[in-house]
Design a protein. Sequence first.
Length: 432
Amino acid sequence: MQQESWMKKLVSMDEVLGRIMSNDTVVVGMAAAQPQGFLSSLHGIRERVHNVKVISCLLLRDYPFLADVGADTDAPFRMESWYFGNSERELYKKGLVSFIPNNLHNAGREKIQAEPINVFVGTATPPDSHGFMSLSLCLVYEKDMIENADLVVLEINENLPRTFGDTQVHVDDVDLLVQNNAPLLTVPAVQATDVEQRIGENIAQLIDDGATLQIGIGGIPNAIMKFLSGKKHLGIHTEMITDGIVDLVKAGVIDNTQKTLHKGKIVGTFAMGGEALYEFIDENVGVELLRGSYVNDPYVVAQNDHMVSINTSLQVDLTGQVCSESIGYRHYTGTGGQLDMHRGATLSRGGKGIIAMRSSVKNDEISTIVPMLSPGSFVSVPRQDTDYIVTEFGVAHLKGKSVRERALALIAIAHPKFRESLSLEAKKLGVL
């Protein structure tokens, strides 16, 4: 395709903003795929619009329009989010953003069914000679929105890596293109603490050679990666592809040769990390980004034999209820793909669903293992689904166990400071 063909759809940001009308529902790309140019310019229409609903997922930076977000339809902008980043979290404290309960694999489809999507704004690489662009860093709900939104706008960014899988979109399927060669959004690696390293070591002992993994991001996942250096023939089927995966590929630990599904390929639905990660996935046929509706479908996940899902939590009660997204009634993050992957792993032949957590917080003043979840807490993994809970003090395997057995196992891996009080509370509740 000649450059002139796709440049017919190339417009200015002002032209894009001119298409946004009052009462529109606007969905933007997720995480590192968010359209920085559009979001940085959106405040420019605040004087002429009202009740423009902006739906986001894990914003990675602040934008001027956030100052004009309101709670009612008279405000220029309203906001909803599938998963809170720092920006959404601050708005939530002020009552200015509403969370959309979801499991990641159904997030996009359920929103499309719930209301018309007037505008989708995402990001993509420049078109190749055949007119195909790559959606690059995220495919959680982006492709579904492109197929269903009334108006589809993509920011063309030549800095984006070209990725494979289901990321290809032809210029004929897009309404408007706008050039914005913004620096890529990166997330610095978090150094694991001593406690997190002990958790990582405990989890690594549960992972056998040839397992297929889903691992998130943060101190505990980074610690796990360190202790996997002696493993062999690991595979990856994950929602998020991270820096640690690159290190294990280079070390020969991850080769994907034993995977049941997509053998030989790293499979994910979005990538987020540093420059080394983006360089690794660029033009790499060994990495496939596929739709969140596929990658995170528990029945797809379960097709990987020896699937191991590793996620983190904020609190667990003595019956095994897991809360990973709120601190009491105060919403903090989101369900994301935790329950999707956890359920898929426990359905897998030889699979394991692992929830990792520090045994205490606030300098050992608060136990994360509690008799009952804090009032208002949201249950991320129901107790009937919970498999393994891991702290720095050990492993509690809960699947198939009675409430009494679960309580004893969880008390055994709680911080020693709280074990006696947990036992007393468990007796009061009739658990022990």
